[in-house]
Write a protein that binds this ligand. Structure first.
Ligand code: ADP
Ligand code: MG
Length: 406
């Protein structure tokens, strides 16, 4: 069986005209000899009646102190409705489609409500449906724990659903359909002249996703990479070829590395970070103590720089209150800057090339942008900037590395 997993995001299933296009992609896949497994997100975005955020607010408006288990119960409804709507649309055109919940699809997770990890997939039900010639339309973003509780997989969870199903059934490829033509050199909502990237490596896509590009969840990229399944990112509303990610691309890029002048592939950004600086006059022991306290409060640290008498680190904005509780006794020694953004430059080909950091700093300072902190790995350099500098910083770096359409 040549199985293909096709995932459709929120905007791809929101309106009848989008659903019409989505269903055409499914029908085309079947006509080309594939057996599609479809994965869908909830319909639309915040404000629309069955979007995930709306469902969360619905329960919170009735009772503020919601329980995580019941919250997951409610949050799973959006995707279930969406699966029923797409399956019904397919049926109305004469295709034998069935709506399938996450638990029917055999997605077993841990108990971590709201952000569960998939432990195992038992694809027997899906495989049987495919053998019977049916098109399963699976509700994304949801699973069931080993104790039989409904769980959800966190933001971007439908991408993860597509990846774990692809792995479980050894799909030939995974297609992620969304509202942009593919992976771009920056978020097209910020950089209007961002260009499309036709081919990209798993590791670059992982970095771009991990550094904030919403277009695919990093976990999904990781799963597909380990399973060796090619991923395509495409636009539901157009026939553009999209972005292709595969091991073949990886090998081609490696060969091209020496010839290519384009060091940087894409600029990504994440908003809502908090930077905390602490004077640590007592040195190493005090610094260790601070790190332990943060870990005890389940706070994960992003960029960190440690000096003999000072440490500076970045955390997710919504962990700020918890961090200040953990560091209560040191409040006087703390300086906190909220609402920062991390802007990252990603590119496999910058590995070992000197001078990239200095170009970044020069480009940002030329626009009077303060760099609050930096971090770098072989293929990614990130700068923390103030919230109001986010867009200017993304634009400046996109310009500096000439990523625009030429
Ligand atoms: P879906 O609902 O289909 O999952 P998302 O909103 O999660 O869609 O992801 C698509 C969005 O990702 C695009 O509308 C775009 O604004 C954003 N995005 C951010 N960075 C990039 C990038 N480098 N390339 C393409 N899209 C990006
Ligand atoms: Mg998404």
């Amino acid at each position: 069986m040549r199985i293909i997993v096709q995932k459709f995001g929120g905007t791809s299933v929101a309106k009848p005209e989008n659903r019409e296009m989505a269903v055409q992609k499914i029908i085309n896949a079947q006509k080309s000899g594939f057996k599609p497994i479809v994965v869908v997100s909830a319909m639309g975005r915040r404000g629309e009646p069955y979007a995930t955020d709306t469902l969360i607010e619905f329960l919170q408006n009735i009772y503020r102190d919601t329980h995580a288990r019941e919250m997951d119960f409610v949050m799973s409804i959006g995707e279930i409705l969406s699966a029923a709507v797409i399956a019904t649309t397919l049926r109305s055109k004469g295709y034998d489609a069935i709506a399938v919940t996450g638990w029917q699809a055999g997605i077993i997770t841990d108990q971590n409500h709201g952000n569960a990890d998939v432990l195992e997939v038992k694809p027997a039900f899906l495989l049987r449906a495919l053998e019977q010639g049916k098109i399963p339309v699976v509700a994304g973003f949801q699973g069931i724990s080993e104790t039989n509780d409904i769980t959800t997989l966190g933001r971007g969870g439908s991408d993860t659903t597509a990846a774990v199903l692809g792995e479980a059934v050894s799909a030939e490829s995974i297609e992620i359909y969304t509202d942009v033509d593919g992976i771009m050199t920056a978020d097209p909502r910020i950089v209007t002249n961002a260009s499309m990237i036709r081919y990209i490596t798993y590791s670059e896509l992982f970095q771009i996703a991990d550094q904030g590009a919403k277009v695919i969840h990093p976990k999904a990229v990781e799963i597909a990479m380990h399973a060796g399944i090619p991923v395509k990112i495409k636009n539901t509303m157009s026939d553009s070829p999209g972005t292709m990610i595969s091991a073949l691309v990886e090998r081609k890029q490696q060969r091209k590395t020496l010839l290519s002048e384009q060091l940087i592939t894409s600029i990504a950004h994440i908003t809502g970070r908090t930077q905390i600086s602490i004077d640590t006059k007592q040195g190493l022991e005090e610094q260790n103590d601070i790190l332990l306290r943060l870990a005890d409060h389940q706070i994960s640290i992003d960029i960190i720089n440690i000096f003999p008498e000072k440490m500076v680190f970045t955390i997710e904005g919504n962990a700020t209150k918890r961090a200040m509780e953990a560091l209560r006794e040191k409040a006087d020694a703390c300086e906190v800057i909220e609402n920062c953004s991390k802007v990252s430059v990603v590119g496999d080909r910058m590995r070992g090339v000197p001078g990239v950091m200095s170009r970044i700093i020069r480009a940002l300072t030329a626009k009077q942008i303060d760099v609050l902190q930096t971090s770098d790995s072989h293929t990614t350099i990130s700068c923390l900037v103030k919230g109001e500098d986010t867009i200017p910083a993304v634009l400046a770096l996109h310009e500096e590395f000439k990523l625009y359409i030429q």
